[in-house]
Design a protein around this ligand. Structure first.
Ligand SMILES: [Zn+2]
Ligand SMILES: [Zn+2]
Length: 271
């Protein structure tokens, strides 16, 4: 289905099927993502905590009170970031990966509810907006890169949830601005700059070191994009960040290809 047809289909679906809670599927107002009961368990990671590292690792957005195992946040960075020095500079996470958010993401990815990406993108947009702000002398981001799926997985699933979320978040941004010329310049969403060249097993319950090992060498810059990567700042978008192994490997590949800076934007951060 091409993009225009998909827009028409989405519009029709909205008319015919009223909005339901993204997690438990009860009817909700069109502007709501979750019902009141599910929403009560959704923790937004806001502007304040994100700025100074008061409640979160500034690098990977790990909550300060995350449980043990050397994962706690004692300075501006957590113990893992201090030890592993990830290739990304900052992480902007929209919400904590709690039960309602996890259910919604599983329904979107594996439950035949791709349309939920449009609703969940409403949660993602504030995090993307924070990432677009320039601070500490960094340049404005020049592109949004969804974490790519391997072509085989893409064929099986039919869509890349990270791409869907990124595209919808940018559409929300444009729709929310009455005067387009006053809108902050939205970086383009580039879907073929970064490639997944190796299909990795589901990371599931793998620990941090195993995850890093599993995703090593899984990504590459598309040959025709190599020159265009040099000197640019990228925003990597994904649905869930668990240990940061996947986005860390993407960022490593981009930085070794000459990217000036890579920041991460995720819908949900697992504590
Ligand atoms: Zn609900
Ligand atoms: Zn960290």
């Amino acid at each position: 289905m091409n993009a225009a047809l998909r827009d028409v289909a989405d519009g029709l679906a909205q008319l015919c099927w009223p909005a339901r809670c993204a997690a438990c599927a009860v009817f909700v107002a069109e502007e709501s993502v979750f019902c009141a009961a599910c929403h009560a368990g959704v923790y937004a990671l806001g502007e304040d905590e994100d700025g100074g590292g008061a409640g979160f690792c500034t690098r990977c957005a790990l909550p300060r009170d995350a449980a043990g195992g050397g994962r706690g946040v004692h300075g501006p960075q957590c113990g893992v970031c201090a030890r592993t020095d990830p290739a990304f500079a900052r992480t902007h996470a929209a919400v904590l990966y709690g039960e309602a958010v996890a259910t919604a993401i599983v329904r979107m990815k594996h439950g035949g509810h791709r349309h939920l990406s449009r609703r969940l993108a409403r949660l993602l947009w504030p995090a993307l907006r924070r990432a677009m702000q320039t601070r500490g002398g960094s340049d404005a981001p020049s592109a949004v890169l969804p974490v790519p799926l391997h072509p085989r997985k893409l064929r099986r699933r039919g869509f890349n949830q990270a791409l869907d979320l990124a595209l919808w978040a940018c559409r929300i941004a444009r729709a929310g601005t009455a005067n387009a010329h006053l809108a902050p310049a939205l970086p383009p969403v580039e879907r073929s700059t970064l490639l997944r060249i190796r299909n990795t097993a589901e990371l599931g319950h793998a620990g941090p070191a195993e995850r890093r090992h599993l995703v090593a060498g899984a990504f590459a810059i598309a040959p025709r994009a190599r020159a265009a990567v040099v000197g640019r700042r990228f925003l990597l978008v994904d649905d869930v960040m668990t240990t940061g192994a996947t986005v860390g490997e993407c960022a490593r590949v981009l930085r070794s290809g000459g990217a000036a800076q890579v920041d991460v934007v995720v819908l949900a951060r697992a504590p």
